[in-house]
Design a protein around this ligand. Structure first.
Ligand code: TYM
Length: 342
């Protein structure tokens, strides 16, 4: 029988600033294959957001080339994580002009004070306050535009984006309170395990693409031997009791982080893993973890390289994505224009 029930909409995105990390994977990408069963999904390649951190390059052409290579890499990676381009929409943010248009409109519905309280902005501002760009400050407003344009019911993100998403909900509420129910208030969807994978050498901070210490981060397209080495060197603690493999974020942040990665990739509960690794020493636990991570990433890489070879196919997916995203988002933008008398 034909299923006529419309699916709810899920939106998510990643910046194409180099290879995604194991943090990106555990925080969102690992769920992409499954979430498509329940939701109509929009997977955005957030290249306009990437401008806020991408190193400026005076040679325009080389920057453009870099971007398009990165973007094709991302499409191939999205596919290798199980995104089905026949049922989901993969598109590049800058291909769809409605995002920048709604961004400007929404910036009238958010306050300076609210944006100044965003933790991610404050952290970057502390690092280099004289050269912090306006775009970095307004970053969550562009996220609001991305999400609200698609009638989005839920947004899948890692923990670091929760505060931005709460602001998006506030902006939508504020707009609706004046102009009627134009926007759906999107729910924040976070995976119970893996929503904040920490740096391997410093489990007090998030695993990040831009970390200066390369031993902190595992990249999805990294050489497998290098991944194994990084995991074996991951910081733990000096506990050598029989139950040293224990989830305890405050007292054992390093081991807890490794357990989260293990759980995320195997779907085994943390308590089951604690039982399984009773009486293990850190070195043998890390060896098991390395096998799991390396097998997992090898499989992703094998599928990635298969797709990456066929650039015409990847470009075709983006063309369709652009068309579809434009179609959906233009409707919403026009309803916003109408109520604002634009
Ligand atoms: P980006 O590229 O910084 O991160 C992409 C996603 O990965 C999650 N993430 C992590 N999850 C767990 N552990 C980590 N160490 C880790 N590092 C990153 C992020 O929370 C994010 O979900 N601004 C977005 C991109 C974006 C977007 C959107 C997302 C643009 N528009 C609209 C959702 C909806 C970002 O953080 O990209």
């Amino acid at each position: 029988m034909l299923d006529t029930k419309k699916k709810d909409i899920m939106f998510t995105g990643i910046q194409p600033t180099g290879w995604p990390t194991l943090g990106n994977y555990c925080g969102t990408m690992c769920n992409w294959k499954y979430i498509q069963k329940k939701y109509k999904c929009f997977f955005c390649i957030a290249d306009l957001h990437a401008l806020t951190t991408y190193p400026r390059n005076s040679n325009k052409n080389s920057m453009k080339n870099n971007f398009s290579t990165n973007i094709l890499d991302m499409v191939a990676l999205y596919l290798s994580c199980g995104v089905d381009p026949n049922s989901s929409i993969i598109f590049v943010q800058s291909d769809v002009h409605t995002h920048s248009q709604l961004y400007w409109i929404l910036s009238n519905f958010v306050y300076f004070g609210e944006l100044s309280r965003m933790t991610q902005f404050k952290q970057r501002f502390l690092l280099k306050n004289k050269t912090t760009s306006l775009s970095l400050f307004c970053y969550p407003v562009l996220m609001a535009a991305d999400i609200l344009l698609y009638h989005t019911n839920c947004v899948l993100v890692g923990l670091d984006q929760k505060q931005h998403l709460e602001l998006v909900q506030k902006i939508a509420h504020r707009f609706n309170a004046i102009y009627g129910n134009i926007f759906i208030i999107p729910d924040v969807l976070m995976l119970p395990i893996g929503n904040k994978i920490m740096a391997l050498q410093n489990p007090e901070k998030k695993m990040s693409k831009s970390d200066k210490n390369i031993n902190n981060t595992i990249f999805l397209l990294e050489n497998i031997d290098s991944i194994r080495l990084k995991l074996q060197r991951a910081l733990t603690d000096s506990d050598c009791s029989s139950d040293c493999i224990r989830y305890d974020v405050f007292n054992k942040p390093g081991v807890s982080n490794l357990l989260s990665i293990f759980s995320c990739l195997t779907s085994k509960k943390i308590s089951i893993l604690e039982d399984e690794f009773k009486n293990y020493q850190y070195s043998s636990f890390k060896e098991k973890l390395s096998d799991i991570v390396c097998n997992f990433i090898s499989e992703i890489q094998a599928v990635y390289y298969k797709f990456r070879k066929d650039e015409d196919y990847l470009i075709d997916i983006l063309m369709h994505g652009k068309e579809n995203a434009l179609k959906h988002s233009t409707k919403k933008l026009y309803s916003v224009f109408r109520v604002l008398n634009l």
